[in-house]
Design a protein around this ligand. Structure first.
Ligand code: UFG
Length: 327
């Protein structure tokens, strides 16, 4: 299959691109490089520089003729979305609408979309099924549910075959590809940076949540398991219509548990400082992944938090510094 991976120079998009190539697909990465990295784009992928907000440029790339599009390009920081909501809507919603237009015009009928657990807001029940009400507590989640809705209507109208994957917290690394953001706000890389000596202490955002140790709970999923789910989702897009799947392991870990795991994996002390809650953060997000297991046969191979932290740690030590210097 000839696949267009939009946002394929970023953390998750680059790992999925690698998996697609390994499975024998042809891959073209499209990215505006605002968050992406040259080193992350797999050698065997073609590359197009394009910003999803540029309707004409995006349509030109899509018109090259692809069997399917995997759309990762988005702004994805909860805290930033609270202070810059319009920018989030312009890129995430505007860019995705441009893509849907371009796909209809270019006759491309298969789409895998990166959605998020943030669409659920503060869930009524844990683990969260796909049928849970979507009441995002921040503009990031709101922008993604808007796109999920647009995809649903477009699929009904045009016969598009689409899958939205609602990621929980993605972690770990895959060979040369790993997580590097500037600035880094995600928990696991932030903790590991302290272990590497970059920063004095990790901040624990919120110690008064209604959870056993008072810190927020998240469901972490290994980026390789996430990538495998994308390949299954891609197969499922052969059917017209829009399907939605949560992607997590079904187990929650608190911020303190993540810090403790990182201490164990790295052998470093990793000082932690208790700080106020971060705006927009829900207390607990844990997935029910029953649907993707039952319908697409997805089985996570690396569900242990220790493996995710350990892979991220290995990547940071072997590739992290060199990658940061290349940027
Ligand atoms: N946290 C800290 N200290 C830090 C960084 C994070 O205590 O230095 C806390 C956060 O407050 C949160 C948890 O660790 O409670 C996880 O935070 P991340 O920033 O790693 O991840 P988020 O849960 O905020 O967001 C991630 C993705 C989103 C996605 C969400 C879905 O970045 O795109 O998971 O669960 F929507």
């Amino acid at each position: 299959m000839r696949a267009l991976v939009i946002g394929g120079a970023g953390y998750i998009g680059s790992v999925v691109s690698k998996h697609l190539l390994e499975a024998g697909h042809r891959v073209t990465v499209a990215d505006d490089m605002s968050k992406g990295h040259d080193w992350a784009v797999p050698d065997d992928a073609e590359f197009r520089a394009v910003d999803v907000r540029d309707q004409e440029a995006l349509a030109e790339v899509v018109a090259e003729g692809f069997d399917a599009v995997l759309h990762f390009a988005a702004l994805s920081l909860v805290g930033e979305s609270v202070t810059e909501p319009v920018r989030y809507f312009k890129t995430n919603v505007g860019g995705s609408l441009n893509l849907l237009d371009a796909m209809r015009a270019g006759g491309c009928r298969r789409l895998v979309f990166s959605s998020t657990a943030a669409v659920y807001g503060e869930p009524e029940a844990i683990p969260i099924p796909e049928s849970a009400p979507t009441r995002p507590t921040n503009p990031y989640g709101a922008s993604k549910i808007a796109v999920d809705m647009a995809i649903g209507y477009e699929a009904a109208a045009s016969g598009l075959g689409a899958v939205s994957l609602r990621y929980f917290n993605v972690a770990g690394a895959s060979g040369r590809q790993g997580e590097l953001h500037d600035p880094e706000t995600h928990l696991i890389p932030s903790v590991l940076k302290v272990a590497l000596g970059e920063g004095d202490a990790v901040r624990i955002f919120g110690t008064d949540y209604p959870t056993p140790d008072g810190t927020a709970i998240r469901d972490y999923i290994h980026v390789d398991d996430l990538a495998r789910a994308h390949l299954l989702a891609l197969e499922a897009t052969v059917e017209p219509g829009h399907r939605i799947f949560n992607l997590g392991n079904g187990t929650g870990f608190s911020v303190r548990e993540v810090v403790d795991t990182a201490r164990l994996v790295t052998g470093c002390q990793i000082p932690a400082v208790e700080s106020p809650r971060r705006p927009g953060d829900p207390p607990v997000l844990v997935a029910s992944s029953d649907r993707i297991r039952a319908e697409l046969g997805w089985v996570p191979q690396k569900p242990a938090l220790e493996d995710m932290v350990s892979d991220a740690w290995q990547w940071m030590r072997v590739h992290g510094r060199a990658a940061a210097l290349q940027d």
